[in-house]
Design a protein around this ligand. Sequence first.
Ligand SMILES: Cc1ncc(COP(=O)(O)O)c(C=O)c1O
Length: 311
Amino acid sequence: MIAVANATAGLSLCLLAARAAGGGNRADGLCVLPSWTHEATAIAVVRAGLTPWFHDVDEASWRLDPDRVAQDIRAEPRVVHVMVTAPFGAQVPFAPWAELSERTGIGVTIDAASCFDGLRGGPVDAVVSLHATKILGIGEGGVVVARDAARASLIRRLARFGLSEDRVIDHVGMNAKLSEYAAAVGLAALDEWPARRAGFAWRRERYAARLDGRNGIRVWRPEGLSSSLMVRLPAPTAVETAEALRRLGIETRCWWQAGCHRQPALEGFPRRPLPVTEALAESVLGLPYHDDLDASAIDRVAAALLALTAD
Ligand SMILES: Cc1ncc(COP(=O)(O)O)c(C=O)c1O
């Protein structure tokens, strides 16, 4: 594991490390990634010198599907890497991606920014965010869980400009070290982690008991907890619902907005058709979910949402 300044830098480091290790050296290299992700995923790709190629996600898992990606990249020799986002605490099964990487020689990195809870190391690199908005927040920070010791040592070096012990740079890195101050905050946050986790767990269960399966609402409840409580609405009304809740004094978030491909600075990058991304963007909403939220506040939010989605 390598502590880094933030997850975005950690993702770029994984891409740089894959390139330094001999994969993905094409000047016109493409990196497959979902559009249904935080913009940071795409930014990390651009900053590592690759071109994002946006792909659609699976409707049920909200993730890239390894079989579909394998099909899509067969006829595209410029693909050098795949970045798979683990959505809102849902872990990505590593095995199919490791198998794809093994078979094709294409690198894979998991953007596990929201997956502090439950992430296990695996045969591909994964990156967790410790940003203040995350379930274990330390201000700014991240952790790279490298696929093996050799990759960890390369990433550690790249996070320190690329300098070796004898101060030689073979591959250009960046300054992505975690500050000692942030590390100390992290150690203190770990002491409180069991209580914090328990708080997120009961709040999610309370939301689920009141909302899941009612009026066609689905509560996103993967095995891991994240700091977002996402619901899928029965219709493409996320923006209108957010506005109606706002008028009731309830703040919500469309965390991944309309998908990365809709951002002006990213819309020029190549993409496959994105119907599932578009549908999720229009129907997924993040409800209030934080340490200060008591049971009656959750009940009020749930009642308001049920009233808005009633036939
Ligand atoms: C999926 C995803 N990737 C990357 C990031 C960026 O993390 P950081 O702020 O630590 O750079 C985030 C942050 O919210 C995220 O949700």
